[in-house]
Design a protein around this ligand. Structure first.
Ligand code: SF4
Length: 393
C-alpha cells in the first residue's frame, strides 16, 4: 500500500465516524460499557467529561429535514438548534445518557429547554458562562461554573475527577489540537493538498471520537501527509470565515473548490476555531480550564462574546495576510444572530483592507448550489482581474 492509499484509508475511517456520530457512540458504549455525554458548542470543556470516564461527543447537526422538531422551536432559529431538537423528538438521541452545555446564545438556550421538555428522562446540565469578558468579576464567575461542571460530572459519572485525571485529559486534548494545527500549518504553507471536505472530516471526527483513539489516527496520518503532494499553485487562495456551531455542507466546500480555488485557512467552528487554543499546562487544572475560555476568545475572537480588546475583523484581516489568501468567503448559518449582527463590522474591515469577499448564507434544508456557484465565480473574476491590473496598467 503506498502513502496515498494509507492516507485515504485513515481519512475513510474518520469520514465514517464524522458522518455517523450516533453509530460511533453506540459502538463505543457497547465496547466500553461507559456513558456517552452529548456536549454542545462552542465553549464546553470536553476534558472534564473525558476525565470522568465518559465519551464527550460534540452534538452534530443532522442532515435530515426538520419534521417533529417544527413544533418545538421557531422557524427563525438557526438550523443547528432546530436540528438538535428534531433529533431529540425523533428519538435519535437515545444513545446519549445526558447533555452538558455552556451557553453562548439565546437560540442554544431555547434548544436546551426544548430538549428538557422533549426527553425528560435525559439530564440536561447548563453552566451559564458570563459573556462579558472584561468585567473584573468574570474570571471568578467562570471558575465557579467550571467547578460546578466538575461537581455535576463527578456525581453523574460516579467519578473522582481528581486534578491528575483532569490534567491527563487536558494533555490528550492538547496533543490532538496540536496535531490538527500542524496539519493546518502544512495546508497554509501549500505543502499539502487537503480539500475543505477532508479538513472538515479531520476536525469533525475529533469532536466525536474518543480523543486517545483520534490521536492514534493523527499519529499515523501526519508523517504520511508531510511526504505528500503539494497543493497546485495556480488556484485562487481563499479563507473561509464564520459558520458557528455546525459544519457547512461538504458539497458547498466541494463547489467552491471546483470553481478553481484552494482553501488555505479558515476560522469556522468545525475548523480552526475548534482547535486553535490549548488549555495551559497548569498545576491547577480548574484554573487552566477557566483561562482557556478567555484564551479562546483572544486567539480567535467570537461574536457571541463581548470583549473590548479583541476584534474578529482585525483577526480576520491578519489571518488573510498571514496565509496569503486572496479573498474571503463568509459562511453564515441562516438565523445565526450573533454572526448576522456582527457581519457589518467584518464587511467594513474587509472593504477598508481591500480584501475581496463574498457572503454566503447557508440553510439547514435546500442549498441552491448552482446559484451560489455563479456568485463564487463572480468573486473569483474580481480577484483575477485585480491580479491582472498591474500587468494591464
Ligand atoms: S451561535 Fe449561531 S449557530 Fe450557534 S446556536 Fe447560536 S444561533 Fe445557532
Amino acid at each position: 500500500m503506498n502513502g496515498a492509499d494509507k492516507i485515504n484509508l485513515i481519512l475513510g475511517e474518520l469520514a465514517g465516524v464524522a458522518s455517523d456520530p450516533h453509530g460511533y457512540a453506540a459502538a463505543w458504549k457497547q465496547e466500553t460499557g461507559r456513558k456517552v455525554i452529548g456536549v454542545f458548542p462552542m465553549n464546553f470543556p470536553s476534558e472534564l467529561v473525558h476525565a470522568a470516564g465518559a465519551l464527550p461527543l460534540v452534538v452534530q447537526e443532522d442532515e435530515a429535514p426538520i419534521t417533529l422538531g417544527r413544533s418545538l422551536l421557531y422557524e427563525f432559529y438557526c438550523g443547528y438548534t432546530r436540528s438538535i431538537v428534531d433529533q431529540a423528538a425523533t428519538r435519535k438521541f437515545d444513545v446519549y445518557d445526558a447533555f452538558y452545555l455552556v451557553d453562548h446564545c439565546v437560540a442554544l438556550l431555547g434548544a436546551a429547554d426544548a430538549l428538557r421538555f422533549e426527553i425528560p428522562d435525559k439530564p440536561v446540565f447548563l453552566a451559564q458562562y458570563t459573556a462579558s469578558m472584561d468585567e473584573a468579576w468574570t474570571p471568578a464567575e467562570i471558575r465557579k461554573r467550571v467547578e460546578d461542571l466538575r461537581g455535576a460530572l463527578a456525581e453523574y459519572c460516579d467519578a473522582a475527577l481528581s486534578d491528575d485525571e483532569i490534567a491527563a485529559s487536558i494533555a490528550a486534548y492538547n496533543r490532538n489540537r496540536d496535531m490538527l494545527r500542524q496539519i493546518y500549518a502544512l495546508r497554509r504553507s501549500g505543502k499539502i493538498a487537503l480539500t475543505g471536505r477532508q479538513m472538515q472530516i479531520l476536525v469533525k471526527s475529533s469532536m466525536i471520537m474518543e480523543v486517545g483513539a483520534h490521536n492514534q489516527r493523527l499519529d499515523a496520518l501526519l508523517p504520511l501527509l508531510e511526504t505528500g503532494l503539494p497543493a497546485p499553485a495556480n488556484l485562487v487562495k481563499l479563507h473561509l470565515s464564520g459558520h458557528f456551531c455546525h459544519a457547512p455542507r461538504p458539497e458547498l466546500l466541494d463547489m467552491i473548490e471546483d470553481c478553481g480555488t484552494v482553501i488555505v485557512d479558515d476560522d469556522l467552528f468545525t475548523g480552526f476555531r475548534f482547535i486553535a487554543t490549548d488549555v495551559r499546562a497548569d498545576s491547577d487544572p480548574i484554573a487552566a480550564l477557566t483561562r482557556w475560555y478567555f484564551d479562546r476568545n483572544t486567539h480567535v475572537p467570537c461574536s457571541t462574546r463581548s470583549q473590548m480588546t479583541v476584534d474578529w475583523e482585525e483577526y480576520l484581516t491578519r489571518s488573510v495576510h498571514a496565509s496569503g489568501a486572496e479573498g474571503v468567503i463568509i459562511l453564515l448559518a441562516k438565523f445565526c444572530e450573533p454572526h448576522m449582527l456582527y457581519y457589518p463590522e467584518l464587511r467594513k474591515e474587509l472593504m477598508r483592507s481591500e480584501i475581496p469577499h463574498l457572503l454566503i448564507e447557508t440553510e439547514h434544508e435546500g442549498l441552491a448550489l448552482e446559484m451560489l456557484r455563479t456568485r463564487v465565480e463572480a468573486l473569483l473574476e474580481t480577484i483575477r482581474l485585480r491580479k491582472l491590473q498591474p500587468v494591464l496598467a
